[in-house]
Design a protein around this ligand. Structure first.
Ligand code: UGA
Length: 453
């Protein structure tokens, strides 16, 4: 089938490359000429494992093309996927203007019977609203508008697309359902379930899925706090509850609070939608507050554990491993608070470019060991594989202090202790005071408290 994808961001590019991989002829469009020029030379502007290779492969097979001229591409399209941005405002409401503008702009160029498919995450009711805008801009109702939410995780997006747990088709008419079923037929043949429902349900499925996954994380983070008070181990507790198949073990890893471009924004939009429609979502409202408070509490904990004016190594700034994305990453809350407390902050991340643009008054290092050198305190903030396999005796020798705060529980406590490190996991044991190796006049926390606001 002939498919146009509007938006060459993370979702648009993954969707384009994977739909081409399924055998469709795909044209991916973006209004940014530099981005498109780079893509036309097979240079991919985002870091996503396997994506560059898949894009190059599909371009070579001539199933994937890039252009800024969406209208031209649209004239013989069977379907147009909208994967444009939906920024959120301070109340949590998302801005649908890119989605609406893109749909209205392309509608006049589409052949009759084409389907506009909303891939961007949008609040319930958007597909129906876009349908009425499109009908108005065409002066008729021949274009269908469907919803097809994505469930891609950054870092594993290609696998999540090609080996999805399910594909949700939101269609209010038989034709758009048939077109989407045809597009996904290669995946249905591999046994992936296709769930067809009304657009409003598809839109709600996306938000409810993200909210429930985020609630699991928020819950286990609260349990982690209790484990610390009681001397328990949250990894053992998560394992024990996760093996109940009604609960499931996924998304039960305690950490520094969820971040990224999806969970924070989607939970806010879900809560805001509940408020607006008189169906409050108090669990999600509380989750949002707790998640932000957690990042601040962990910053205070690092400050408390560090010597005054001490040197802190932070390993990982991305919101999770295998991505360069720092949107709403814990590092963006924690690092500035450490700097404000007078700590000298040394950072490492395997994909540091985006973080470098956003974090100031810090020092970057090309290797984890470089950041750890002479550090009084080390903190693991992102679960990159290379931190799991750190040479711990080397780490202990490089550091000035010996406390290792593992906020992702990815390092074996016994291995760390064996290397002479004062290991502190998350939700694993009460935080003991780190033995200071250098003479300091008090903790950085005390200094922050003493400094004027
Ligand atoms: C999330 C969903 O997992 C995808 O299904 C969805 O398609 C996507 O949002 C979206 O709406 O587009 P993503 O934001 O890429 O994907 O990342 P996740 O792997 O879900 O992680 C989100 C945050 O939760 C990260 O900060 C991560 O570190 C944290 N997390 C995740 C935990 O703290 N503990 C866990 O057990 C899992």
């Amino acid at each position: 089938m002939k498919i146009v994808v509007l938006g060459a961001g993370y979702v648009g590019l993954t969707t384009s490359a994977c739909l081409a991989d399924l055998g469709h002829s795909v044209t991916c469009c973006d209004i940014d000429p530099q981005r498109i020029a780079a893509l036309q030379s097979a240079r991919v502007p985002i870091f996503e494992p396997g994506l560059s290779e898949l894009i190059a492969q599909q371009m070579q097979a001539e199933r994937l093309h890039f252009t800024t001229d969406a209208n031209m591409a649209a004239n013989d399209a069977d379907a147009v996927f909208l994967a444009v941005g939906t920024p959120s405002d301070r109340d949590g409401d998302i801005d649908l203007s890119y989605v609406e503008t893109a749909a209205q702009a392309i509608a006049p160029y589409l052949p009759s019977a084409a389907v506009i498919v909303l891939k961007s995450t949008v609040v319930a009711g958007t597909a129906r609203r876009v349908k009425s805008l499109v009908d108005a801009s065409r002066g008729g109702g021949d274009i269908a508008v469907a919803s097809n939410p994505e469930f891609l995780r950054e870092g594993t997006a290609i696998k999540d697309f090609l080996h999805a747990d399910r594909i949700v088709i939101g269609a209010d008419d038989a034709r758009s359902e048939a077109v989407l079923r045809m597009i996904y037929a290669p995946l249905a043949l591999r046994g992936i379930p296709i769930l067809a429902t009304e657009t409003v349900n598809a839109e709600l499925i996306k938000y409810a899925a993200n909210a429930l996954l985020a609630l699991k994380i928020g819950f286990i983070n609260d349990v982690a706090d209790l484990c610390e008070r009681l001397g328990g181990d949250v990894t053992a507790v998560a394992d024990g509850i996760g093996r109940d198949h009604r609960i499931g073990g996924a998304f039960l890893a305690a950490g520094p609070g969820f971040g990224g471009s999806c969970f924070p924004m989607d939970t806010r939009a879900f809560a805001s939608s509940g408020r607006r429609h008189g169906a409050q979502q108090p669990l999600v409202e509380t989750l949002i507050e707790r998640n932000e408070a957690r990042k601040q509490a962990l910053a205070a904990r690092i400050i408390e554990a560090a010597p005054r004016h001490g040197r802190v190594a932070i390993l990982g700034t991305s919101f999770k491993a295998n991505t360069d994305d720092v949107r709403e990453a814990a590092a963006l809350t924690i690092v500035p608070l450490l700097v404000a407390a007078g700590l000298s902050v040394h950072l490492h991340d395997p994909q540091p470019d985006a973080a470098k643009r956003l974090l100031s008054n810090v020092q970057w290092h090309g290797t984890a060991l470089g950041a750890l050198k002479d550090a009084d305190l080390a903190v693991v903030l992102t679960e990159w594989d290379q931190y799991r396999t750190l040479d711990l005796p080397k780490v202990a020798r490089a550091m000035a202090g010996n406390t290792l705060l593992d906020l992702r529980n990815i390092i074996d406590p016994e291995r760390a202790a064996g290397a002479g490190l004062n290991y502190q996991g998350l939700g694993r044991a009460p935080l003991a005071a780190a033995p200071a190796r250098r003479g300091h006049g008090g903790t950085a926390m005390a200094q922050l408290a003493a400094s004027p606001a």
